[in-house]
Write a protein that binds this ligand. Structure first.
Ligand code: PFF
Length: 452
């Protein structure tokens, strides 16, 4: 039997896993959540969610992935043969494919904005007064048919090329370059932001807690954010952990990945809030998702010197964050076809990315001329987003926790957390308790509240 691939260095496996975690979730959802939900109070709640729920669920995924050394579906077949638990893996592969379908479209937009920033076309005036209407630009770049499709296809091609090169030469090598670049860009933007006139006011807002805003729905929203941001519940971490060497300390790895992911979210706050106060942005809509990234931030760049340079660097930052997340999502399906069906990597990639083309293109068109085609009141893009992130992801995580907590022999988790007894992990019983008793009811509450 072929020797299973391993990441070649500790740094490489951390870079790849952090690459999966750090994505549009940190950049485009986090600042708005903080602004709407009590500044640092939300940050504290989010931190608690990461510790109580995020890290234990991450460790559950790491443990089964490394114990079985297989893809998301085969892992369950290997650990509990003859039982239907592999369906958890099916859910993961399905959900990661669906998320990839629309995430590639957004990644395509970021690439489109990167090109438009470098060429300068993003800043060509479109009003008689000579100013640029970024809202109209966004409509033109996102809601027309052809342009976004071209960039979505480009993003699909880049992903396929990276995965074609394999885990070590593709995913690991790329993450080793892109993750340091991402942190460097974040630090540069922090310095720029902190030099703005009202930076201290923004920071004060970000770091002072307003607990009166905290209620049940804020906590649910923090839990959901932690899930999406840490890439939990989709089999991505099971797949990546199957490439971890036996000597990797899973506890340390989970803590490092969660901390770095949190750090990116905090750095984003340090970048955004000085901008908010210095440019007098008061409505939270300006900080939400696409509006923040494609309208508010480019508008801010026009008030600075070297507009094109800053804008190019910013969209490079976002494209990098998006790319490392999409390749992790793609690897779930590719690994399944390779491991479970014994297909060659190339055949697997063709069979994953070819069907992705129509799915992503339909998602892209659903922002444009297909917008009137509705499923339960949503266009296709929003429907898939809502269905996968609100339902498939928590259901997958819930079943995984039940499986690891109640079905898997106890020693499998313990062996993985302690590297078969060779390292001391005093926290291991607490993690096991959290997976068994705390995570399932909390995830169940998220699910119910998403359904209501
Ligand atoms: N964690 C990524 C983000 O914050 O944007 C999104 C993501 C990637 C979710 C991979 C799930 C996943 F499996």
């Amino acid at each position: 039997m072929k020797e299973k691939i391993r990441f070649s260095s500790k740094l490489g496996l951390i870079a790849a896993t952090v690459g999966s975690a750090v994505g549009l979730g940190n950049i485009w959802r986090f600042p708005a959540e903080v602004q709407e939900n009590g500044g640092a109070a939300f940050l504290l709640i989010y931190l608690a969610c990461v510790c109580i729920l995020g890290i234990p669920v991450m460790l559950a995924e790491f443990s089964v992935g490394r114990a079985a050394r297989a893809d998301a579906i085969h892992t369950f077949q290997k650990l509990t043969p003859g039982k239907p638990w592999w369906l958890i893996g099916v859910l993961g592969v399905l959900a990661s494919f669906i998320i990839l379908g629309f995430y590639l479209v957004v990644s395509g937009w970021t690439l489109e904005y990167l090109f438009a920033s470098v060429s300068g076309s993003l800043f060509t005036p479109d009003e008689p007064s000579g100013s640029v209407n970024f809202g109209a630009k966004m409509q033109e770049y996102v809601q027309t048919d052809v342009r976004p499709i071209v960039f979505t296809l480009l993003m699909i091609a880049i992903n396929a090329i990276v995965l074609w090169r394999g885990v070590k030469k593709g995913i690991e090598k790329l993450s080793n370059v892109l993750m340091p670049l991402l942190f460097l860009l974040l630090v540069i933007f922090c310095c720029v932001s902190l030099s703005l006139p009202d930076a201290s006011k923004g920071l004060k807002y970000f770091f002072s807690p307003d607990f009166s805003k905290i209620n049940g729905s804020v906590i649910i929203s923090a839990l959901g954010q932690a899930f999406f941001s840490l890439s939990l519940g989709l089999g991505v971490l099971i797949t990546y952990a199957s490439y971890f060497p036996g000597s990797t300390r899973l506890g340390r790895t989970a803590a490092t990945v969660s901390l770095l992911d949190l750090m990116v979210a905090i750095l984003m706050g340090i970048i955004i809030f000085p901008v908010v106060t210095s440019f007098g942005i008061s409505d939270s809509e300006s900080l939400r998702g696409g509006t923040l990234v494609f309208v508010t931030i480019p508008e801010v760049f026009t008030h600075m010197e070297c507009t094109r340079l800053w804008s190019s660097l910013f969209f490079l930052l976002i494209s990098v964050a998006a790319l490392t997340s999409t390749i992790s999502l793609g690897q779930v399906s590719v690994a399944f076809l390779q491991d479970s069906l014994h297909w060659s990597r190339r055949k697997a990639i063709v069979c994953v990315f070819l069907p992705l083309v129509p799915v992503s293109l339909a998602c892209s068109l659903s922002q444009g001329s297909w917008n009137s085609f509705r499923i339960l009141g949503y266009n296709l893009f929003d429907f898939l987003d809502c269905f996968a992130t609100n339902y498939l992801l928590p259901i997958g995580a819930l079943l995984l926790c039940v499986y690891v907590g109640w079905i898997l022999p106890k020693n499998t988790l313990r062996d993985q957390l302690t590297n078969h007894g060779s390292i001391c992990a005093v926290w291991a019983p607490a993690v096991s308790m959290a997976i068994k008793y705390i995570a399932p009811p909390l995830i169940f509450i998220i699910l119910i509240s998403n359904a209501l």
